[in-house]
Design a protein. Sequence first.
Length: 255
Amino acid sequence: MSATLAQKESLSRSVFSDGSYADHFRPDERDNPFRSLYAAKRRDLLEIAGSRPGSRLLDLGGGPGRIAVPLARSHTVTLADISADMLTRAARAAERSGAPANGLTLIRVDAREPLPFPAGSFEFVIAADLIVHLPDPTAALREMRRVLAPGGRLLVDTTNHNPLWMLRHPGYVGRRPGRWLRTWRAGGVLPEWSGIVTHHSRAQFHRMLADAGLHIIEERTYGSPLAPKWLLAVCEAGMTETTSPRHRDPLAGSR
């Protein structure tokens, strides 16, 4: 998100569905202060999901298809997003990439509502840059768990509520001291997004996943090791045994 776009007045939740979110979500633009982190996270998502070709995969809130389109070459992918404009962008990206027509299904879905898929429909569910936009992320996570097939994996991230990551990315906020203070106090949420975006601490993130019946089998971070910008969890449906969320192969036991 550029500093210029970040200076706008308070935004409403309609920004996600009316087509204007594309003006804010520009992860690959050169002036995006998080460009390299977005790229690293995308590489990881493609690597983890790409290791099991032929899987049925749901990219929930997948926007313009940065994840779904390349995976459609080797997976059966459903890209679900609340924005018709984003789905149009994804369709164009798929056409340009030469992805097989039968590899990608586009569907308009509101992730705040029950998902329109039977239980156990997907070996992978990806929810990148999504749950910070949802008023009840735990309910959405329960739906993601429901549509996971046995042995399936959920790849989901959140933005860290610890605002120390802002210090490494001053272009995110701009130069106004009052804006810096408001953003810092809001856990890194810019003032104009404060009513529709919520960042989470690692403890909150873990608790939401556990409450949704999900078990973390691996966690990756993006940014400073002490205060990363993003936390990415690779999850499966809750197990009876206790295992560490760190240092475990995300596909262990599923090969």
